[in-house]
Design a protein around this ligand. Structure first.
Ligand code: BG6
Length: 519
């Protein structure tokens, strides 16, 4: 049932954020996968949309031997492959490439960082602009601490960040995930970064928060009076969160094998999705007001103690299988993965948010690689109606209402409800009212990195993770990891690539009389 909206007239210009002050964005790890596939195409798309201020420059920093020109050639290849819905014209490319520069250096070399500082200052002097700096750590996590130390020792980490610009140039730092590999390493990294940047200058990025549908959750919940009164344990039976990927770990097995699904997806993306669903209405849209509410959710999350982890968390790993008619190798057959690797590529568990709103409501989570579809959804399952009126045959039990939020792909929201089938008999059928982002707005939502890069340039931290948020998320996840590692032989359930994960994941939810939602 298509939804008719009568007020969706908006222009690209209306969607724009104000332009930030001119800045130099230093991308550490500029020759790496993340920079090539995501960051530089997102910056190029922003430029095509006129959302980068005149005087904004992108300075790639990496160990590879490149010049400004060879860096531009590399960027052009990635940007023309993927420029987020923009067809890159020659003039647009010329304009964007004029912003691109390259600096070769070692992450732990203070003298290289002094050279970088000199270059940034020279550029600022030539253009008559303040030397505002945005440092993006897009390297493997092992390089984060050395970079931060070099920024400090070279004097590049200075000025004031945050929303209120003070006189003089500012500097800010964007830190990619994974932020630590357990609670202790996250605490250490926070301490290291805080030695040279104030919290208001630190932007811990999780691209899930930049996704349009994740932001839309706040609007759905707090700009519609119908939902808030029923958004609690009195009306909601349970909540499901699925992050399913068709991709395997090919090409990044080196990283993935040391990480696994719990660290890669649960600690960050899934915890953010949970917070957006479960948080109380913030007092304002101010960054700290929103993040205060998110932290409260994480603090209320019932811990899964290490000795319970193996029995209450399903960890799986894919074996060889068939996907889209193609044979795909099992995880252990990948280059860079040992034949006896115990790394999980799938995880499912049940959690509880122990507060007044959510008391007793199970939240079921599952995520996995090499599943049959790429799909991230959150489904809110309302309590079933009392079965007194319509439970006689041929009707059977009446299905409960489900509000399903499609985070990706085919972004949108649907509500499942019951109607009478026309005819003499009282037959009931489940129907769906559907909002599709593409249908309503005629365009794909912007890429998450575009939004997040702009916000960081503007100093808006709302969609970035605060120090206590990242620590609380680890407090929930670390005991699970500990418990699974403690278990002799580490219980691991295998599933064939192209299936919806191991049987144990279905049992987990079936034991409560529920089943995974199919959109
Ligand atoms: C990343 C994970 O953070 O998110 C990847 O490291 C995963 O393993 C990716 O594939 C999923 O992002 P998206 O936007 O494709 O859902």
């Amino acid at each position: 049932m298509p939804l008719t909206l009568d007020d969706v007239s908006f222009s690209q210009a209306e969607q724009r954020l104000p332009l930030s002050k001119p800045f130099t964005l230093v991308v550490f790890g500029a020759s790496g996968d993340l920079a090539r596939r995501k960051l530089l195409p997102a910056l190029c798309a922003l430029d095509c949309d006129g959302q980068l201020p005149a005087g904004a420059r992108i300075l790639g920093f990496a160990r590879s031997d490149m010049t400004d020109d060879s860096f531009r050639d590399e960027v052009r290849k990635s940007a023309s492959l993927s420029c987020h819905g923009h067809k890159l014209g020659e003039q647009q490319w010329q304009d964007f490439s004029a912003r691109l520069l390259y600096f070769r250096g070692q992450y732990d070399s203070v003298s290289d960082f002094r050279g970088l500082q000199q270059r940034i200052e020279d550029l600022a002097r030539q253009s008559g602009q303040p030397a505002n700096c945005l440092f993006y750590l897009a390297t493997p996590p092992g390089a984060f601490a050395p970079i931060v130390r070099s920024l400090k020792a070279s004097g590049l980490a200075r000025g004031s960040g945050g929303k209120v610009e003070q006189a003089g140039p500012w500097s800010r730092i964007i830190v990619e995930k994974p932020f630590g590999r357990d609670l202790q390493s996250a605490l250490d990294l926070n301490a290291e970064i805080r030695q040279c940047f104030a919290e208001r200058q630190i932007f811990r990025i999780d691209h899930y928060l930049g996704k349009e549908t994740v932001q839309n959750l706040m609007v759905l919940r707090f700009a519609n009076s119908v939902f808030e009164p029923i958004w609690n344990h009195k009306y909601i039976d349970h909540v499901q969160v699925t992050v399913a990927e068709t991709l395997g770990a090919e090409g990044r097995a080196g990283y993935y094998d040391k990480s696994g699904a719990v660290r890669d997806i649960v600690q960050n993306h899934m915890m953010h999705l949970l917070c957006m669903v479960a948080m109380e209405p913030p007092g304002s849209l101010d960054a700290d007001a929103v993040r205060n509410e998110k932290v409260k959710v994480l603090r209320s999350l019932r811990r899964i103690e290490p000795h319970c982890a193996a029995s209450s968390v399903v960890r799986g790993q894919y074996t060889a299988g068939l996907m889209d008619g193609r044979d795909v190798p099992g995880y252990r057959q990948l280059k860079g993965v040992g034949p006896d690797s115990m790394t999980e590529t799938f995880v499912a568990f049940k959690a509880f948010v122990d507060n007044w709103r959510w008391s007793g409501v199970p939240f079921y989570f599952r995520t996995g690689k090499r599943l049959p579809e790429r799909r991230t959804t959150i489904s809110i399952h309302f309590r079933p109606v009392p079965q007194v009126l319509f439970n006689a045959p041929p009707t059977g039990p009446v299905a409960a209402n489900v509000l399903a939020i499609r985070v990706q792909p085919n972004e949108g929201i649907s509500m499942e409800f019951q109607v009478k089938v026309p005819g003499m008999a009282m037959r009931i059928q489940r129907l769906k009212m559907d909002f599709s982002h593409a249908e309503a707005f005629g365009a794909e939502p912007p890429e998450a990195y575009q939004r997040l890069l702009l916000d960081a340039a503007l100093g808006d931290q709302t969609l970035f993770t605060r120090d206590d948020e990242v620590e609380e998320a680890w407090k929930f996840v670390s005991p699970i990891l500990e418990g699974c590692a403690m278990q002799p032989g580490e219980k691991l359930a295998f599933y064939e690539a192209g299936t919806w994960g191991p049987k144990e994941a279905f049992d987990l939810i079936a034991d409560d009389g529920n089943r995974w939602h199919v959109t």
